[in-house]
Design a binder for this molecule. Structure first.
Ligand code: NIG
Ligand code: FE
Length: 390
């Protein structure tokens, strides 16, 4: 197996405090990383790097772990430009817009959905994302949900069944019958293609009891819970997520003290999605409050055509620093190691021996530039599983 050293890295984020300056980012200056096959085999100061077959010169720039986007909705067709335009003229965001995308997605061919997914993944990769989770949720029939998951599973292991995104239009008058469908036939058809189960626990979507029934049924079929919680209004989603030991409670915009205490007491990661607040002109989640309480925070894009049509993790990092009280170090940690924690993974989101060789080379001397230079394309190179892709 051939080995490659990436050397002359001005500043390397390893996310392993024992490797670097003992901060959570484990920063190493004048660093090198050695890759063998799909793994990192050595990390340290450039001058101490072992001999390798190949060498790449980082040219005094910074390297961070590839971003882990632990929350996206990429199996969809159509877009919602009109809805966004109207919203920016004052119409509020609601869960109802999801129906527009459901209609377009059902009408699309497999090839169209696949092309759309591939295009968005390429877009994300160019912006430094090397792992992504994605969900169904724009099909809402057994066949359409299973199709979405099958397509997603061609591109990632992190596939989430979100049949409970909203009540399907056909069941508008009988939500209980839709919950029966989601926990019965639809779950049976979808579980083989997914790792996770998610529910949009929100006014206009599913209440706490319905969400509990759906997540519990999913767990009985081997799917692990994650929850869209407390996004638009205050509700029971976050407490339910912690109670069920969900890997993540996502959004966390409207929290009470009991929610923060619950998150601090459990293993559930709070995944913050500032693209959604940006694109819906909503109140920002308070990352500072969560971090000060000792909660593990992840940052992801929520990329979807309705509430957050961005695939850019760097953009989310910049928003989190500017508007959510995070330091640049915390935001970069949350977009890498935090995303990995939200997927209960330790083989990604860090650049330590044994981890996957997923690296993003920045056209900047420091990871701080991700927040300092918002909107600037700073990604100069991306390695995924040891292969240079950008
Ligand atoms: O995470 N909150 C629910 N789902 C998406 C929005 C989906 C849509 O508007 O199409 C979200 O923001
Ligand atoms: Fe979402």
């Amino acid at each position: 197996m051939s080995s490659t050293v990436i050397s002359d890295i001005a500043q390397l984020v390893t996310n392993d405090p024992s490797l670097g300056d003992e901060s959570p980012l484990g920063l190493v200056r004048d660093a090198a990383v050695v890759i063998e096959g799909d793994r990192v085999v050595w990390t340290g100061e450039s001058s101490k790097a072992p001999p390798t077959d190949n060498r790449v010169d980082a040219g005094g720039r910074a390297v961070v772990p590839g971003f882990v986007d632990s929350h996206s909705h990429l199996v969809f067709a159509g877009d919602r430009t009109e809805e966004f335009n109207a919203r920016m003229s004052g119409r509020p965001y609601s869960a109802g817009g999801i129906r527009t995308t459901v209609a377009a997605t059902r009408a699309a061919s497999d090839a169209e959905l696949e092309a759309n997914l591939t295009r968005h993944l390429a877009e994300a990769l160019r912006q430094g994302t090397t792992t992504f989770e994605t969900k169904s949720g724009y099909g809402l029939t057994t066949a359409d949900e299973a199709r979405a998951l099958r397509l997603a599973a061609r591109h990632t292991d992190e596939v989430t069944f979100l049949g409970a995104h909203i009540v399907a239009p056909e069941y508008a008058g009988d939500p209980a019958a839709y919950v029966d469908l989601v926990t019965g036939e639809m779950l049976d058809a979808c579980a083989p293609h997914a790792r996770w189960i998610d529910v949009f626990c929100e006014e206009g979507a599913f209440d706490g009891d319905q969400a509990r029934a759906i997540l519990t049924a999913g767990r009985a079929k081997g799917l692990h819970p994650r929850v869209h919680a407390n996004q638009l209004t205050y509700g029971p989603g976050v407490r339910l997520a912690v109670e069920l030991d969900a890997a993540s409670a996502d959004h966390c915009t409207h929290l009470g003290d009991t929610d923060v205490d619950a998150l601090a007491s459990g293993r559930t990661v709070a995944t913050l999605l500032p693209g959604a607040e940006f694109s819906t002109r909503a109140e920002w989640p308070d990352a500072r409050r969560l971090l000060d309480a000792g909660v593990t925070v992840a940052l992801s894009t929520d990329c979807n055509p309705g509430s957050s049509f961005t695939s850019s993790v760097p953009f989310c990092v910049a928003l989190a620093v500017r508007d959510m009280g995070m330091t640049p170090d915390e935001a970069v940690w949350s977009a890498t190691a935090g995303g990995a924690a939200a997927l209960r993974r330790t083989d990604i989101g860090r650049l330590t021996p044994g981890a996957y060789a997923d690296l993003t080379l920045l056209d900047a001397p420091s990871h701080v530039h991700l927040a300092y230079r918002p909107g600037v394309p700073l990604v100069a190179g991306v390695w995924r599983r040891g292969v240079r892709e950008v």
